[in-house]
Design a protein around this ligand. Structure first.
Ligand code: ADP
Ligand code: MG
Length: 703
């Protein structure tokens, strides 16, 4: 080990000179607890700081003629303040240092009158010029000279601006960083093997920290940032891949090989021919399921692509081998819907199907749990209630998670508890809300991916129109026409109760429609506050065409499948997320007639306007997902948040996609040659990895 120095990366922040318990607490609120945290507290941006000069020096350096100018930074004391009368509000300050005076003039900044006072020491920066015999700076940048000991900058340089707090300005943070930067980076162990570092043309770690905190140039800072971002991306990829490798080596699932007879039996259950895409995907999944290695696959397919059939195909394969399987949906409604359609498909078959959701009545639930535990119930359909501690399966061989962006890495690893026979289930996750490429490479980076590209035949792309509220009557007129010709529709409103001012709520909106634009149309309401029985009854009537138009909240967002429904109206569309709107409109256009989606909305924000433009502009779910990411930014990533993974400090999933690809390649090669990172070149990386992701990725058992 290196000689002892107080600035070991894991040392508590109080080793920094000047940081006592009080400041340590303040730093703690910025998530800075150790020396390494301080190094990892990355500047948000940089300001150009000009070399400071005395007023005499500036006088001497400027050419003698009127109007001659130079960029300067001057430190001095306010000698006088004047607010001359005139039409244009103006503040004139006389600043003096030991060598002379300069005049500072601000226009249109009356509030400065309360901030500036004679005697105050400030640093002013700006363009100084000769003006009527004076040296004058117009609208200078300024700040109070800090009370802390601050050495004046004698060179032009970049000054870091840190995320700061009211109690702790950026300048203080900079001061602390300056105190430790060299000694701390001197003892840092660079976790990156030299071969990777060189092949990716990356800074050394110490160099990167010095470059990010005290760059000579913006280019310097960018290079430094690239190295630090690479490390973060690599670390996550290593974690995800190590975990996956570990699963492959140690966990076993029940092998479920396909045979021509089984295949025949399964296919005869479907009321349609599988599309080539569906067949291909079933084949990929089948190849996984045939092995003892637990399947960990993601099935992507746009709304209406026909993922349910693929799921049922796999579940019936499990049943054919006498094993249990479960499909989990994000909402009760969707689970009920799956249950209804799967039961219909399996009419007359011997296999027992069960439904378990949050609204399953207690007695029914007890009975079902007993049949799950005994292994009699073979196909289970439900919400996350299926995963709760109370559910004990006899022999669960396959778990399918529908609309998986709500299930992160952690939830998936929960599924991986071995049963008595030491087996874990195969896991298949399905999503219609496409996962942006960046996310599928990170949070879901441990999954194999299958994609259904093409929708089942005969689909005509849904037409989407954004309509201002003033034209709502036309929209409902159109809906009434389509209903008159035998079709059905949805009206989606944002809130269940009239809690928010002016927002349509289900019951009121239904009354309004019944009394006006849709009088004579048979209406029904569905929302999340209804009991399962009430909801099911309404949905059954809608499917049976006893109800023409369903007024609903987003409970119908996913999965509802009524091919005769062709028109979707969304009220207050600006309130919905992009992915949500795409899901919603996926509820229509599922049959042979063209679907129409009218988004009634008046965006009040720029973001809202961009969302509506985007959704009106494309039907491509993958494009929408990327746009969504672009509009909302990585902090808002769906999935990322639920994943439970600590956020990146430096890396940015939008900007760093290319870097992410490189990191992924390197991580993959590294894990390939050293499955558990036990090699001598991996010591530091492994330590960092367990430290950062050990808990969330459940890597404890790997080491
Ligand atoms: P999603 O991928 O959104 O879950 P679904 O599985 O709900 O899509 O399927 C959408 C609709 O397409 C359903 O009505 C389903 O019956 C129908 N469908 C699925 N596969 C086919 C197929 N191969 N041929 C015809 N219709 C299909
Ligand atoms: Mg579905």
């Amino acid at each position: 080990m290196t000689s002892p120095t107080p600035f070991q990366p894991d040392a508590g922040i109080e080793v920094v000179p000047g940081v006592g318990p009080r400041l340590a607490a303040v730093l703690g609120r910025l998530d800075i607890a150790t020396v390494r945290d301080l190094l990892d507290h990355i500047p948000m941006r940089y300001e150009h700081e000009h070399a400071e000069a005395t007023i005499a020096e500036i006088e001497a350096s400027l050419p003698d003629e009127e109007g001659a100018a130079a960029n300067v930074s001057i430190r001095g004391e306010i000698a006088a303040i004047k607010v001359p009368p005139g039409r244009r509000p103006r503040i004139e300050v006389t600043l003096e240092d030991e060598t002379g005076t300069v005049q500072l003039v601000w226009f249109n900044a009356p509030w400065l009158r309360n901030k500036l006072r004679p005697g105050l020491r400030i640093v002013a920066e700006g363009r100084a010029k000769r003006w009527r015999g004076y040296l004058q700076i117009g609208n200078p940048q300024w700040r109070e000279e800090d009370d802390v000991d601050e050495t004046p900058a004698r060179d032009e340089r970049l000054r870091p601006v840190y995320p700061a707090s009211e109690d702790l300005p950026s300048r203080r943070i900079e001061e602390f960083v300056t105190r430790i930067l060299t000694p701390a980076t001197d003892v840092l162990v660079d976790p990156l093997p030299e071969t990777i570092r060189q092949s990716r043309v990356l800074n050394r770690l110490g160099e990167a920290y010095r470059g990010i905190h005290q760059p000579e140039s913006l280019r310097d800072a960018a290079n430094a940032r690239r190295r630090l971002a690479f490390d973060e991306l690599l670390l996550l990829q290593l974690g995800v891949m190590m975990k996956r490798q570990h699963l492959r080596e140690t966990m076993k699932a029940a092998p479920l090989p396909m045979s021509p007879e089984i295949e025949q039996r399964i296919l005869s259950r479907f009321p349609f021919e599988l599309t080539p895409d569906q067949r291909q995907v079933c084949h990929e999944i089948g190849a996984d399921l045939a092995r003892e290695v637990p399947t960990n696959r993601l099935l992507q397919g746009d709304v209406g692509a026909g993922k349910t059939a693929v799921a049922v195909h796999a579940m019936l394969l499990a049943a054919a081998h006498g094993h249990q399987s479960a499909i989990m949906a994000p909402t009760g409604i969707l689970a009920e819907q799956h249950h209804a359609s799967i039961s219909r498909m399996l009419e007359g078959a011997k296999v027992e199907v069960g439904l378990l959701t949050g609204s399953t009545p207690a007695r029914e639930k007890r009975e079902l749990l007993a049949r799950i535990a005994s292994g009699d119930a073979k196909l289970l359909i439900g919400t996350h209630a299926l995963l709760s501690e109370g559910t004990v399966f006899d022999d669960l061989a396959l778990v399918i998670i529908d609309e998986q962006h709500r299930f992160g890495v952690e939830q998936r690893s929960k599924l991986r508890r071995p049963n008595e026979a030491g087996r874990v289930p195969h896991v298949l996750v399905m999503t219609a809300t496409p996962i942006p490429r960046t996310l599928s490479l990170t949070v879901f980076g441990d999954l194999d991916v299958s994609v259904i590209q093409h929708l089942p035949p005969g689909r005509i792309p849904t037409v989407t129109r954004v309509v201002p509220p003033s034209k709502a009557a036309d929209v409902y007129g159109y809906l009434a026409e389509r209903v008159a010709s035998g079709e059905q529709g949805f009206v989606v409103v944002p809130a269940v109760e009239e809690s928010e001012m002016g927002l349509a709520d289900v019951e009121n909106h239904l009354k309004m429609l019944a009394a006006g634009p849709l009088s004579g149309v048979r209406l029904g309401a569905v929302h999340g506050r209804m009991s399962r029985d009430e909801r099911e009854a309404i949905m059954d009537r809608f499917r049976a065409r006893d109800i023409d138009v369903l007024v609903a909240t987003v409970v119908i967002e996913v999965g509802v499948d009524v091919p005769n429904a062709t028109v979707m109206v969304v009220e207050h569309a600006e309130r919905f997320g992009l992915a949500q709107l795409h899901q919603l409109r996926g509820r229509v256009g599922r049959g042979e007639k063209r679907g129409v989606c009218a988004l009634i909305g008046e965006p009040t924000t720029d973001e809202g306007r961009r969302r509506l433009e985007a959704i009106g502009g494309t039907n491509d779910g993958f494009e929408i997902a990327e746009l969504d990411l672009g509009i909302r930014g990585p902090g808002e990533l769906f999935g990322a948040r639920q994943s439970g993974l600590p956020p990146f400090r430096v890396a940015d999933l939008i900007k760093d996609l290319d870097l992410l690809r490189l990191a992924r390649q390197d991580a993959s090669a590294w894990i390939e040659r050293d499955h558990r990172l036990l090699g001598p070149d991996a010591v530091e990386m492994r330590r960092l990895l367990l430290d950062r992701y050990g808990a969330t990725l459940g890597l404890g058992d790997v080491g």
